[in-house]
Write a protein that binds this ligand. Structure first.
Ligand code: PXP
Length: 251
């Protein structure tokens, strides 16, 4: 039996649209509730230092109003650590963050930042928060996650999604190899960033990956298809890819 693949829906960009005009519409918490009804297994939100999309109030409301586990994406700063410890979300995914970037540009250099990350991972873990590190598909970064005692890694899928032709195949191979290496190290493996209908299948086929976090594409596509049917279609693509991988294995 293949392992279930969870879908974490990232609702940041509902808040991006809300913030374009101020006010309360569209409400990311309402989107989270709709995502849950459509089959999401978790909600992901990134509270950025500059609060460009998700706000502190959104995190409070997500904690109070949704039943699904919340995965808080956060930079490894004292401010974010305090916020995470106050809310105690189910999970915290530590991401690199630069003020001037449009979106998270790459994985965390966990190997270089061991000293800075160790106390953050330790305090989150001691509070019962499941810590993941958003890293590149690189064995050295996976080794660093083990050294830090992080139980989960999220592999950055952005380069795979942006590449075309043979370059995409080689980026996919890197992710496949990293997911296998993570499994050997006893790490729970997630993937995310940039995934859409056209790119999700080969990642969903990697049976050692147990969670995908997807945001921008789902929120953008919902303009055309509605959030409910967009999430359901993503869920179906993930399930079909996972089932076909399991079928290939047993054939
Ligand atoms: N995972 C992580 C760690 C991220 O930082 C992001 C973007 O906020 C995502 C997943 C979702 O990426 P996208 O919005 O491109 O689907």
């Amino acid at each position: 039996m293949s392992r279930y693949l969870r879908l974490g829906v990232n609702i940041d960009h509902v808040a991006t649209i809300r913030n374009a005009r101020g006010g309360e519409h569209p409400d990311p918490v309402k989107a989270a509730i709709a995502a849950a009804a459509a089959g999401a297994d978790g909600i992901t939100a990134h509270l950025r230092e500059d609060r460009r999309h998700i706000s502190d109030g959104d995190i409070s409301r997500l904690m109070a109003e949704i039943d699904l586990p919340l995965n808080l994406e956060m930079a490894a700063t004292d401010e974010m650590l305090d916020i995470a410890l106050r809310h105690k979300p189910h999970a915290a995914c530590i991401v690199p963050e630069k003020r001037e970037e449009i979106t998270t540009e790459g994985g965390l250099d966990a190997r270089r930042l061991l000293g800075q990350l160790a106390p953050v991972v330790g305090e989150l873990s001691n509070a019962g928060i499941r810590v993941s590190l958003f890293i590149e598909a690189d064995p050295a970064q996976l080794d660093a996650a083990v050294s830090l005692g992080a139980p989960v890694v999220e592999i950055h899928a952005g380069a795979y999604c942006e590449a075309a032709g043979p370059a995409r195949a080689s980026e996919l191979r890197r992710i496949v190899e990293a997911a296998a290496y993570a499994e050997g190290l006893g790490l729970e493996c997630h993937a995310g960033h940039g995934l859409g209908f056209d790119t999700v299948g080969p990642i969903a086929e990697i049976e050692t990956i147990v969670e995908l976090n997807i945001g921008h594409f789902l929120i953008g596509e919902a303009i055309f298809g509605g959030l409910d049917s967009t999430i359901k279609r993503m869920r179906a693509l993930m399930d079909n890819a996972r089932a076909s991988a399991a079928g290939d294995r047993t054939a």
